[in-house]
Write a protein that binds this ligand. Structure first.
Ligand code: NCD
Length: 340
């Protein structure tokens, strides 16, 4: 077991892969390295002392065009929802470290047995028999990653579970912030858009709640406000948060604007980005109000909520630094969980 902080759920039995037939027996004698299910699993110390330094090392490995540290390790990426960056960066991360992707789905909801009515738990049990060292799972239903982890022998990495969480996205987001500002304590951030159904902001709030003196402005239409579980968590962790429906009120003061798109596939109706009932667009006007040393983030995909003209602003990091952080952080996670 690599690290106490990254273990959750129960002691389970990992797969022995060079099996000679005795591997099922061996499972019983080894502890599973751990799952990545929800952001609140991860302490500030773990982020600062383990994740960030390892991610930094991974950036040098990327610059050297890879390593063979995870040679022989195998990953399955099983996605019930579309993805570009999360799946690509996990698969490329594994490749960069010399491991292999032994099975990968584009859209398991259509192309796997789920389409025929299979329970996700059956799918996970079956995937385990192909001896993966990790299963990266994206699903449509909140709680699926946890349910999968309860029965999976291989660690489950939650790559998004419906309206639940997206912990590895939040890790790359905090890493991006840390790299830009040299710290996370004292940061002031506006999270804008569909806060009710977007999972990236939920996980990010959980991670930011581990730091001191963080201020979060929640900028959303009335019907898409952040859910109470997160607000309760922020209160318990003494994070100052404010709710508003006008990005113009906060743009001049924050270090980060973290924009999100309407989650149409989860029932969110498109809302006007600029109207009497709220101002949610990032356009040159908003960028013009922001501090010189601030950044504009977005987990992507972007719809109309950030105007294309903003892309060339040097404070926009969603098509650049956030993508690089995604690769480095996912490499770091694979290295920490699967490496020697
Ligand atoms: C996000 C997701 O899937 O939750 N995208 C991502 O993984 N980078 C954001 C979104 O879909 O809006």
């Amino acid at each position: 077991m690599k690290n106490n902080n990254v273990r959750v759920v129960t002691d389970r039995i990992p797969l022995q892969h060079d099996g000679d037939g005795s591997d099922l027996f061996n499972y019983l004698h080894m502890a599973k390295p751990g799952d990545i299910i929800e952001a609140q699993q991860f302490s500030r110390q773990w982020q600062e002392n383990e994740l960030f330094p390892t991610a930094q090392k991974m950036e040098t490995i990327v610059a050297k065009r890879g390593s063979m540290d995870l040679a022989g390790k195998k990953m399955i990426t099983f996605f019930y929802e579309p993805s570009t960056r999360t799946r690509a960066s996990f698969e490329i991360a594994m490749d960069m470290l010399g491991g292999r992707v032994i099975f990968s789905t584009e859209n398991a909801a259509d192309f796997s047995s789920l389409a025929k009515g299979e329970d996700i738990r059956d799918t996970i049990l079956v995937l385990n028999r192909y001896r993966p060292d990790v299963i990266v799972l994206r699903s449509k239903t909140e709680g699926d990653a946890k349910r999968a982890a309860e029965i999976s022998l291989a660690p489950i990495f939650n790559a998004g579970d419906g309206v639940g969480q997206h912990p590895t996205q939040a890790m790359l987001d905090v890493y991006t912030i840390k790299k830009k500002f040299g710290r996370i304590d004292g940061i002031s951030i506006a999270m804008a858009g569909d806060l009710a159904k977007g999972r990236t902001v939920r996980s990010l709030a959980y991670l930011l709640g581990k730091y001191s003196d963080v201020t979060i402005h929640l900028v959303s239409p009335e019907e898409l406000k952040m859910r109470d579980d997160i607000k309760d968590y922020l209160r318990r962790h003494n994070v100052f948060f404010y709710e508003t429906n006008d990005l113009r009120q906060v743009a001049p003061f924050v270090d980060v604007i973290y924009q999100t798109r309407p989650q149409k596939e989860r029932g969110t109706e498109a809302y006007p980005l600029i109207s009497d009932s709220g101002y949610f667009a990032i356009n040159p006007q908003i960028a013009g109000m922001m501090k010189q040393h601030s950044i504009i983030m977005h987990p992507l995909p972007r719809n109309e909520e950030i105007e294309r003209e903003v892309d060339k602003d040097q404070r926009a990091v969603y098509l650049t630094d956030q993508i690089d952080s995604g690769l480095a952080v996912r490499m770091a996670l694979l290295q920490m969980y699967l490496g020697k």
